[in-house]
Ligand binder design. Structure first.
Ligand code: PLP
Length: 397
């Protein structure tokens, strides 16, 4: 039952919504998502928009011993053995700043991406670059256009810096509403943010349509495309927006070593963008200096370890298939995923669900999207996925 639709229209028709005691008219559509204050409620849950809430699992947030930690889209198979060896060998040089070595890595990445090294900015994880972009581009206010729901890291920093967020609801098939987003761009828009594949939904927007959109929209405002999960997509649908760089388009593409490379704790990420954009970001922030000497070597070695990268993708697909089969067997729906996590609707209230899963030793995430509760489970090892499905079975009966 993989065809879960985002029934936002039915939900929008259903009358007034109340979030955190705040009544919000149901007629809101693209580009009109207002800021919700306060954006956490008394239970510590994040109220990102009237349509999108994240349940936070307190006081169980970080239990010491989870049997299956499936709440942060980490890759259980990494780092690659070659990356680990390179990391260990380089640790002895930890008394030095790694400027020269970082530049070597930037050149290697530039070659892989088919751009010049001056088009690359690195940082300890792509979060760092999402946040720096969110801060630097909104120092004079303005608004940011993105999908709702989507990954909130850049949006939250932009809002905190003084921007407003124009969240455009995803379409019923969970893809980006590119027409709606284009209409939402106005004179105050400083950036469009697109996460493809999207988090927390795991869904994709057609590559050709997205490229046309980015090409047109970036003539008006910069477009930031977060490709954290792109490597998990089947090769025939995978389409990076990096190709727009050599066409002179004002796009910023974020990539990370945290997902397919399994290096979330080693912290390496980068953006590809026009030199003028990177000059703007680097005038007041520094990214690369935050990456440790050994992590630079680990990233370089991981890029060469294609056997590991292919294995990572294959095992991720197998875990995903297991989740689909388990949910099918339980008669549950899910959203078809192109990533290292799966989103599926749950009948239980999200916070209670998190607590029950944690009591079973399983860490997952829970969101409320258009009034419906969902679980987001990250792909772990097959053993962890079996622990997950067993726990879920117990919790939903
Ligand atoms: N972008 C997306 C869509 C993510 O889901 C994540 C992490 O989960 C990140 C960026 C940040 O990753 P990192 O800072 O580890 O590179």
């Amino acid at each position: 039952m993989e065809s879960t639709k985002l029934n936002r229209r039915d939900w929008l028709k259903s009358g007034l919504l109340s979030i955190g005691g705040l009544a919000i008219a149901p007629h809101l559509s693209f580009g009109e998502t207002p800021r919700v204050f306060p954006n956490t409620d008394k239970y510590g849950d994040f109220l990102y928009s009237p349509f999108f809430k994240e349940h936070i699992n307190k006081p169980f947030a970080e239990p010491k011993a989870l049997l299956a930690k499936l709440n942060a889209n980490e890759n259980p198979h990494g780092p690659s053995p070659k990356a680990l060896e390179a990391f260990k060998d380089a640790a002895v040089k930890g008394n030095r700043y790694a400027w020269r070595e970082l530049f070597d890595l930037m050149e290697k990445i530039a070659e892989k991406e088919g751009v010049a090294a001056e088009n690359i900015m690195m940082a300890p994880g792509s979060s760092d670059l999402l946040e720096k972009t969110g801060m630097v581009l909104f120092l004079d206010g303005g608004n940011v256009v993105s999908a709702d729901p989507s990954y909130m890291s850049l949006i939250r920093v932009a809002e905190a810096t003084g921007a407003s967020w124009k969240g455009v609801p995803l379409k019923d098939d969970w893809s980006h509403d590119l027409d709606g987003m284009e209409k939402a761009i106005d004179a105050d828009t400083k950036l469009v943010y697109i996460c493809n594949p999207n988090n927390p939904t795991g869904t994709i927007t057609d590559g050709k349509k997205l490229e046309d959109f980015c090409s047109r929209a970036s003539d008006k405002v910069p477009v930031f495309i977060d490709e954290a999960y792109l490597d998990f997509m089947p090769d025939d649908v995978q389409r990076s927006m990096v190709s727009l760089i050599n066409k002179g388009k004002n796009v910023i593409i974020a990539r990370t070593f945290s997902k397919i490379h399994g290096m979330a704790g080693l912290r390496v990420g980068y953006v590809v963008a026009q030199k003028e954009m990177l000059d703007k970001l680097q005038k007041i922030t520094r990214g690369g200096m935050g990456i440790t000497y050994p992590s630079i070597y680990a990233a370089s070695a991981s890029m060469d370890d294609t056997v590991f990268l292919e294995k990572s993708k294959k095992l991720n697909t197998e875990s995903r298939e297991h989740v689909y089969a388990s949910l099918d067997a339980m008669g549950m729906d899910y959203v078809k995923s192109y990533t290292s996590f799966v989103l599926f609707p749950i009948e239980l209230e999200g916070k209670a669900f998190l607590k029950m899963m944690t009591e079973q030793g399983v860490g997952v995430r829970s969101f409320e999207i258009h009034g419906k509760n969902y679980c987001r489970v990250s792909m772990g090892t097959m053993e962890e996925m079996k622990i997950f499905s067993k726990a879920l079975k117990k919790v939903i009966v």
